[in-house]
Write a protein that binds this ligand. Structure first.
Ligand code: SF4
Ligand code: SF4
Length: 301
């Protein structure tokens, strides 16, 4: 059954696949609690809710037995010329939430046909699930010093989707090794020193948080660092040696929006709210909203 589900997941466009048994994620839970206690989640107060459910999926989906983890490559060669605003690669194309969710639901239906009567639930970044911890538990890779899930063959430019089901399956071995070794490239390259020693990120300083989730002005001490970061930041992934083998995604929906590739700085500066919704409806950029996006444009250009 494991291999049949894996084959179907590959047909659906997933590049990484693994299955873990449902259990409390105590070690990751402790880290999460420390991160919250230290205020490193900044304005993401929703992270304070459902702590127990985050750590123990048995509470999230009663009767759950297996966590199926599937990763989808979103990498694009994207090297905007100097002085042009930069978007994080994950936001170049269509919003991944719907794309992964739809495909994981197809996978769930497939499993239901094979094993009638099973129940399952799909999670893609919108519920209290520790995706990277589950990916590690399912053998997809290790959590690097930059806090990203890294796969030895394929790097870290992946979306992670989760399907929790109520039957036991054959489980993959957790990824026990950490291949960061003595490397500190991401720590050195991070423009705001947001990467902490314990493989977590201080969101108060992270340009990804400051240009996406943050609803306030970009703090003046980071404004210069945020220059040209119009939505998100990929620096700690770009410098990671494990991403040197990253290959172009084959998912059509992740192809960059033409405006992202073509618009000049002046065009972004004069973007109306109507144009913003026209260009970015169905894109992850909507997360920042027009106000947040224009704040980034102003502080970044
Ligand atoms: S996303 Fe950018 S700012 Fe945030 S930790 Fe990585 S390099 Fe630093
Ligand atoms: S850059 Fe180096 S330290 Fe950072 S995540 Fe990659 S391998 Fe690990």
């Amino acid at each position: 059954m494991h291999d049949t589900i894996k084959e179907r997941a590959a047909e659906l466009g997933f590049d990484l696949f693994g299955i873990a048994t449902v259990r409390p994620l105590d070690r990751h839970g402790d880290r999460l609690i420390r991160w919250l206690k230290n205020g490193h989640h900044s304005g993401m107060t929703y992270m304070e809710r459902n702590r127990e459910k985050r750590i123990n999926p048995g509470l999230l989906v009663p009767g759950s037995r297996s966590v199926i983890v599937a990763g989808m490559n979103y990498y694009h060669e994207y090297n905007p010329p100097e002085n042009k605003p930069v978007f994080a690669r994950y936001a170049l194309g269509k919003d991944y939430h719907r794309i992964l969710k739809d495909r994981l639901n197809v996978l769930l239906e497939f499993i239901k046909v094979e094993k009638p009567g099973i129940e399952g639930r799909v999670f893609v970044d919108t519920h209290p699930v520790l995706e990277r911890a589950w990916a590690q538990a399912a053998g997809l890779g290790w959590i690097g010093k930059n806090s990203m899930l890294i796969n030895r063959e394929k790097g870290s430019f992946f979306f992670i989707g989760i399907l929790i089901i109520n039957i036991e399956l054959k489980y993959d071995k957790p990824a026990a090794r950490d291949y960061c070794g003595n490397c500190t490239r991401c720590l050195e390259a991070c423009p705001t020193s947001a990467i902490l020693e314990n493989r977590t990120i201080d969101s108060n300083r992270c340009l990804s948080y400051l240009t996406i989730e943050n609803k306030e002005d970009i703090p003046p001490e980071y404004a210069e660092k945020a220059r040209l970061k119009i939505f998100g930041c990929d620096i700690c992934q770009e410098v990671c040696p494990w991403n040197h083998k990253a290959i172009e995604t084959t998912i059509k929906e992740f192809e960059p929006l033409p405006e992202i590739l073509d618009y000049t700085t002046d065009q972004w500066k004069s973007l109306s709210e109507e144009e913003f919704y026209h260009i970015f409806s169905g894109s992850a950029v909507m997360r920042a909203g027009y106000k947040g996006f224009m704040r980034n444009v102003r502080s970044g250009t």
